[in-house]
Design a protein around this ligand. Structure first.
Ligand SMILES: Cc1ncc(COP(=O)(O)O)c(C=O)c1O
Length: 397
């Protein structure tokens, strides 16, 4: 029997202090800043109103007064908390109504709400996959997808980012070796802004009988003729088995949903642990999301504006000699820096110039690929985008 050697045990704070010093030295220590009063593509930071190019509030709905009013009406009538998990006593009719609307919007049979996108991914993947199964996961998949794969204890095979040929070779190699096969990708990659070629993905998956899982956290509400997302953009909605969308990004509220067939949703209701064992989304937030969803449909200018501004920023940077990779007109623009310290010093410089920009470092992205992550919103006026481009080019010079 092994036992703990009490002579080598050190107090927790001493151990963690040492690790924090090492993180600081590597430029990887993280800290939060207090951001207030999101309004019209700006926020207040340290008492100063600055332009916000760091959020995922792509459609500018997070501070919309109509969305807030919808939440407020339900808050007044119902109070704050749902009180319990959905399967106990926390299921409000507004949760059902939102799930029906999301299904209609996404073009799927049915959906199931989760408190967050992270929880959706760590609940759904292990519900479907277990030892003896294989998951093919894109190299740049989000941490929540990686963690969902780990929790499943299935065999996980990582394929090079966006490389359908490499994926196909793995499927050929593995033929007959596993019980179930699931391919997991993001629709729009959160830190790179590029789209997975879903048209090619479904062809390969269908040929090999693999199931498909698309996390469309960043495409939902923005891409496709009706804003339904990356599946609609590629015309493959009916050919993808499982789709995840988040509500805290384009819709400006909080939570997430999984969409697919009636059977899939019925199964997840009984088997997804992060759905079963958690208090449900507050009804007021579900009401806010319903209103945000309605607004995203009746105000399509928001989708057009966000993609126009992104195109404009890309073009201005290109003219200034800085080519931005990623989707040619996607709304997330990665600006590769490399070194984490330099990345964060550029973030600080941009803040002094009046712009809040995301600085992304490992482990969010692979080592050596630290970057600025610029995301545009429908509420950013064109002049502000021009000013941002000029400041970015000056800061990087
Ligand atoms: C691709 C992807 N999936 C899931 C999530 C998690 O979503 P949420 O913020 O709702 O937990 C994110 C958000 O960062 C994401 O980018």
């Amino acid at each position: 029997m092994t036992s703990i050697d009490t002579r080598t045990l050190r107090p927790i704070d001493d151990v963690l202090e040492e690790e924090l010093v090492a993180l600081q030295a590597a430029g990887l220590k993280r800290s939060m800043r207090a951001v207030q009063q999101r309004r019209a593509g700006t926020v207040i930071l340290n008492g100063e109103r600055i332009a916000d190019f760091a959020s995922n509030d792509y459609l500018g709905l997070a501070a919309d007064h109509r969305v807030a009013r919808a939440a407020s009406a339900v808050l007044q009538a119902e109070g704050t908390g749902a009180g319990a998990a959905r399967l106990i006593s926390g299921n409000h009719p507004i949760h059902d109504a939102l799930e029906r609307e999301l299904a209609r919007f996404k073009g799927v049979d049915s959906t199931l709400l989760f408190p967050s996108g992270y929880m959706a991914n760590i609940g759904v993947i292990p519900a479907l996959m277990s030892p003896g199964d294989v998951i093919y996961s894109d190299q740049l998949n989000h941490a929540s997808l990686v963690d969902g794969c780990r929790l499943s204890k299935a065999t996980v095979r990582i394929f090079p980012h966006g490389d359908v040929d490499a994926l196909q070779s793995m499927l050929v190699q593995d033929a007959g070796s596993y019980r179930r096969a699931l391919i997991i990708v993001e629709g729009v990659f959160s830190m790179d802004g590029d789209l997975f070629p879903l048209d090619r993905l479904v062809e390969v998956a269908e040929r090999f009988g693999a199931w498909t899982y698309v996390d469309d956290a960043h495409g939902t509400g923005v891409l496709g003729p009706t804003g339904a997302g990356t599946l609609e953009h590629f015309g493959v909605t009916a050919r993808v088995d499982i789709v995840v969308g988040t509500l805290g990004k384009a819709f400006g509220t909080a939570g997430a949903f999984v969409g697919g067939s009636q059977v899939l949703i019925e199964f997840l209701t009984s088997r997804a642990r992060s759905f079963i064992f958690t208090t449900s989304t507050p009804p007021a937030i579900a009401a806010a999301t319903l209103e945000a969803l309605r607004l995203s449909r009746v105000e399509p200018w928001r989708r057009t504006a966000v993609l126009d501004r992104a195109r404009q920023l890309r073009e201005r940077l290109r003219r200034g000699g800085h080519e931005v990779p990623g989707a040619s007109d996607g709304h997330i623009l990665p600006i590769r820096v490399g070194d984490p310290m330099r990345t964060m010093s550029l973030v600080a410089d941009m803040r002094r110039r009046g712009f809040l920009i995301g600085g992304v470092r490992p482990p969010t992205v692979p080592a050596g690929t630290s970057r600025l992550r610029v995301s545009v919103s429908a509420l950013h006026p064109p002049e502000l985008v021009d000013a941002l481009a000029a400041s970015l080019l000056a800061a990087m010079r």
